[in-house]
Design a protein around this ligand. Structure first.
Ligand code: GTP
Ligand code: MG
Length: 225
């Protein structure tokens, strides 16, 4: 008996793969159309991805408070069911639109196209898009943004970057947040930075603590804002 197990792919599975490829292709085309629309209105856009509770909204609020006198800022907030995050960024001083994805684990380019139609882009300089908290699905669905930022938190432990190479490969900026808790979590920031650079040598890394107000200037530099 062979020690290799051969898995056969049924016709149904081939169809599934073809449908998935078509879906990803359609998303990429819509993403490029989104980019053209944003570019035509001189709106710089940032796709903020990261796991649940890593600090995505806190970081967006922090940036809004620091930058709202320099840029006209809007946020598209993706969430499964609530509009809590849209309200939080509105309170910080930005226009906001909530997208509820229901059971969906990521935003896609069509959702952004529809949300962008509700914004007066001529009145906006900077658009944050907070993706659904998840380190897997958003990696496959570009939105057409200029910058992809991934927020991880030290509270997720020492292996969260090395275990999620696909999203790190897509990231222009990796933010390691909640560094105020690094000692309690016994997580070494330098090791996380090395992990990110090994996966994506071109990505920029920034260590932050929103709670202790650490790393804001470095983050603004990394985002070229
Ligand atoms: N200690 C500490 N807590 C933080 C920091 N940043 C955010 N938090 C807290 O972490 C929790 C989650 O923050 P959010 O900004 O809501 O995280 P999120 O990634 O937007 O969460 P979801 O949208 O639910 O996925 C909140 O209680 C924040 O106050 C930080 O730097 N240090
Ligand atoms: Mg949030």
């Amino acid at each position: 008996m062979s020690n290799k197990e051969i898995l056969s792919v049924s016709e149904g599975e081939i169809l599934d793969i073809e449908i998935e490829e078509d879906l990803l292709k359609a998303n990429r085309e819509l993403a490029s159309a989104n980019r053209k629309i944003l570019d035509s209105c001189n709106v710089k856009s940032i796709n903020v991805m990261g796991s649940i509770g890593s600090g995505k909204t806190s970081i967006i609020q922090w940036l809004i408070k620091e930058l709202k006198n320099k840029y006209r800022i809007a946020v598209i907030a993706g969430d499964v069911t609530t509009d809590i995050d849209a309200e939080r960024v509105r309170e910080a001083g930005a226009k906001s639109i909530q997208i509820n994805t229901g059971r969906g684990c990521h935003l896609d380019a069509l959702m952004i196209r529809k949300a962008v139609k509700k914004l007066d882009l001529k009145q906006i300089d900077l658009l944050f898009i907070e993706n659904v908290g998840n380190l897997i699905c958003p990696a496959d669905f570009p939105l057409g943004t200029h910058i992809n930022m991934v927020v991880v938190s030290v509270t997720e432990g020492p292996y969260m970057i090395i275990k999620h190479p696909f999203i790190v490969k897509e990231a222009n900026v990796v933010v390691i947040n909640k560094i105020d808790l690094a000692d309690q979590m016994e997580v070494e920031i330098d090791k996380l930075v090395d992990d990110a650079k090994k996966i994506n040598p071109l990505t920029k890394t920034v260590a932050t603590s929103v709670k202790e107000n650490m790393g804001l200037k470095s983050l603004i530099n990394a985002l070229e804002l």
